[in-house]
Design a protein around this ligand. Structure first.
Ligand code: SF4
Length: 488
């Protein structure tokens, strides 16, 4: 059986983005464009990927593989089996379903209905999937995978509506949680975002063709123009002949986009909510420098995700920015066995301290987040080994104290350092000279909310920091998850 790529030895100390979706219609050999788009979205999921195409003569075709896009969807053998002007694709790191599971869990999923076939690729997580699955199985549905996303296909099969977009609307009205979906019929490319718009989805144009993508960076790679974001609660049905039809089938709600996309998940060269992700991260660094200044000689990022925030911190504080830690770009797939020994070496394999720069210096290390804290500890040891005089951590997100149930892989709550320790205890645990996180209000200011977080109705989803979940995680509550008690 093909192997999925191994996780980096210390990547379990980051929250892990879920999935990326991409679709295109109205171009020759659409699968090639989808492969390139998925390659640009690889940071959103490295475990597996899949592409479904439709060709007027050859009908639907699909290929689903474990591993990186570049290792699968570049071979002529595979790409020749995916003809046609309409295609969708998906990269995943599983957030629901068994981890490292069978190829049947790899999307896009396909369903054959009376009015024709349809394929769907889902980014997000359905928070009432267990209940839906039970109900569907009781009523005779036969599930093929362990994925929550398959519920959508079965709900569509049971709908009495006449066409596939209407069946999809019907199905999605039953679904709770986060979904950004790219789907296709024989002739239509379909995009849908949940009413809160938790996960991103954008529309692009390439010649006479149209593109849907999780992020704008994947439009750039194929030379498509960014048109706009799909709005929260919007469904678009696209054909090259009729263009983009926009519908709002769900009850309107105030959007709650995932604020962590700005901090870490999205690529820095993407545009989110009209703002450059890179610029937002630099702004987070500036806020952090204002909130938690400290005297030091150097500001160094923990590469690569801490880089824009470190640049912002340096700009605001006037403390020189330096590449105190160098990342080995080629570490990737060399170390397959995640044994304890390799785990212990992990950080050193991937990151090395620039000793000549660090010796005798008071160093500020800027990182995007602290999840379990294991990596932060090792990096601190490496910096001290290299002769640093002081180590100060500045973190570009508030303490991550709650799990995400909307399409991001998070350790269980008790494994999150911030769930069990105060900031002072974390500083002691990491044994650093100081440790400060950006405040929730500071983060909101950095993403463009001048007055900070509206506590009565927050502008974003920030549940992993605040414990305030915009959609009740029904399945998890049934399994014993305890929500934060409502404020008095
Ligand atoms: S809980 Fe955190 S990671 Fe999950 S959607 Fe909300 S802000 Fe994003």
């Amino acid at each position: 059986m093909p192997q999925m790529p191994p996780a980096h030895p210390f990547d379990d100390d980051k929250l892990r983005e879920e999935c990326g979706v991409f679709g295109v219609t109205g171009v020759q050999d659409a699968a090639n464009f989808v492969a390139l788009g998925l390659h640009a979205l690889q940071h959103r999921g490295q475990e597996a990927g899949g592409i479904v195409t439709h060709d007027p003569e050859q009908g639907f075709n699909s290929a689903r593989r474990f591993g990186y896009v570049r290792d699968n969807f570049t071979s002529t053998d595979i790409m020749e089996t995916l003809p046609g002007p309409l295609a969708i694709g998906h990269v995943r790191y599983s957030t629901a379903g068994a981890k490292g599971a069978a190829i049947r869990d790899v999307q896009p999923f396909f369903g054959e209905f009376a009015m024709g076939g349809a394929a769907i690729a889902h980014n997000g997580n359905i928070t009432n999937a267990d209940a839906l699955r039970r109900e569907l199985i009781e009523r005779g549905s036969i599930f093929q995978s362990s994925s929550d996303s398959e519920c959508i296909i079965h709900l569509m099969a049971r709908s009495l509506q006449r066409d596939i977009p209407e069946r999809m609307e019907d199905a999605l009205r039953r679904v709770e949680g986060a979904f950004s979906i790219v789907a296709m019929t024989r002739t239509q490319l379909i995009g849908v975002r949940d009413p809160l718009g938790v996960r991103p989805l954008v529309l692009g144009q390439i010649g006479d063709g149209w593109v849907l993508s999780s992020e704008t960076c994947a439009l750039d790679i194929i030379g498509a123009d960014f048109v706009r974001e799909i709005e929260p609660g919007e469904m678009v049905v696209i054909t090259p002949e009729t263009g983009v039809e926009s519908l709002f089938p769900f009850r309107r709600q105030k959007p709650r986009f995932c604020i962590f996309e700005h901090v870490y998940f999205s690529r820095p060269d993407s545009i989110l909510g009209g703002r450059s992700v890179y610029e937002t991260r630099a702004a987070i660094g500036r806020e952090l420098a204002k909130e938690s200044p400290v005297e030091a000689d150097l500001v160094c990022p923990v590469p690569d995700s801490g880089t824009p925030a470190a640049i912002g911190f340096s700009q605001e504080s006037g403390i020189p920015y330096a590449m105190g830690i160098i990342r080995n770009q080629y570490m990737g797939r060399t170390f397959i066995e995640p044994t304890e020994q390799i785990r212990n070496m992990g950080v050193r394999l991937k990151l090395n301290v620039n000793r000549a720069l660090i010796r005798g210096k008071r160093v500020i290390l800027v990182d995007d987040s602290v999840v379990r804290g294991t990596t932060s500890r090792k990096i601190k040891e490496m910096i001290l080994d290299a002769g640093a005089k002081e180590v100060h951590f500045r973190i570009a997100s508030p303490p991550t104290a709650w799990p995400c149930f909307y399409g991001v892989d998070t350790p269980q709550r008790e494994k999150l350092l911030a769930a069990t320790m105060s900031e002072d205890e974390m500083r002691e645990h990491l044994a650093v000279d100081s440790l400060k996180f950006i405040s929730l209000d500071g983060l909101y200011r950095a993403v463009g909310e001048a007055t900070g977080r509206d506590a009565s109705c927050p502008q974003y989803c920030d549940a992993c920091f605040s414990g305030e979940y915009p959609v009740k995680p029904a399945d998890m509550i049934e399994k014993g998850f305890e929500m934060k008690p409502a404020a008095e």
